[in-house]
Design a protein around this ligand. Structure first.
Ligand code: HEM
Length: 198
């Protein structure tokens, strides 16, 4: 019997993340619809500010504990620099924000990073909207929504593989999932308060 048959009833961490955070992902769609972030350059600038602060949260986790041992290609991930350049294009200077994930450690940190990496898949749609409705591009104001140079799907598959290779116990997986729920809650709050971001 080959190993794929043996493994077919095992739920992986990445499968659990997808299933157990699906309602939060759906909520992000609704919030994005309500925020209508491509309606005006001003709204889009506020959305880009939320992306910038979220990416700062995520990149601060890259330096923690053994995150780099589990996710070996962190240097290609994270988009805060791109978001900052986009903000410059939009004449917005971020005033700074206290890190809300500062006490997050492994395994929960992986859940936060999962939300950020997953959002690069949805960003394919958002990038097209930024292009079509606002005329933005990979060179102006929409760098933060662009695909990684290697392509979105390839970099995502490698991330998911790294999650599953961690061989986490059920309890550790539960903590990753809680981290992802916390990250979705963080970004949901940002989307609900876009007007107030500075
Ligand atoms: C309107 C906005 C969005 C659209 C249209 C969208 C769309 C998508 C699509 C098409 C996928 C791929 C699904 C698949 O391959 O099965 C995806 C995955 C994902 N998105 Fe979104 N998304 C949006 C917003 C967001 C936001 C704001 C976040 C988080 C901050 C997010 C987090 C994720 C995650 C974590 C995944 C990976 C799910 C998995 O485990 O396969 N998305 N999204």
């Amino acid at each position: 019997m080959n190993s794929s048959i043996l493994n077919q009833n095992v739920t992986t961490l990445s499968q659990r993340l997808k299933t157990e955070t699906a309602s939060e992902h759906e909520r992000m769609h609704q919030l994005m619809g309500q925020a209508d972030v491509f309606a005006t350059p001003e709204k889009y600038a506020q959305f880009t500010l939320s992306q910038y602060y979220f990416q700062q949260e995520i990149e601060s986790l890259f330096d923690k504990d053994d995150v780099a041992d589990l996710i070996p290609d962190l240097e290609i991930r994270g988009r805060s620099q791109q978001a900052l350049l986009d903000l410059q294009d939009l004449s917005v200077e971020p005033q700074g924000s206290e890190l809300q994930s500062k006490n997050v450690t492994l395994p929960a940190a992986l859940g936060w990073i999962y939300v950020s990496e997953g959002s690069t898949l949805g960003a394919a749609f958002l990038f097209k909207e930024a292009q079509n409705r606002l005329g933005f591009s990979t060179e102006f104001a929409a760098r933060n929504l662009a695909a990684y140079p290697e392509g979105r799907a390839k970099v995502w598959k490698r991330f998911v593989q790294a999650l599953d290779d961690a061989q986490y116990s059920k309890e550790q997986q539960d903590q990753v999932i809680q981290g992802a729920l916390d990250a979705f809650a963080y970004f949901g709050d940002a989307l609900e308060q876009l007007d107030q971001l500075k």
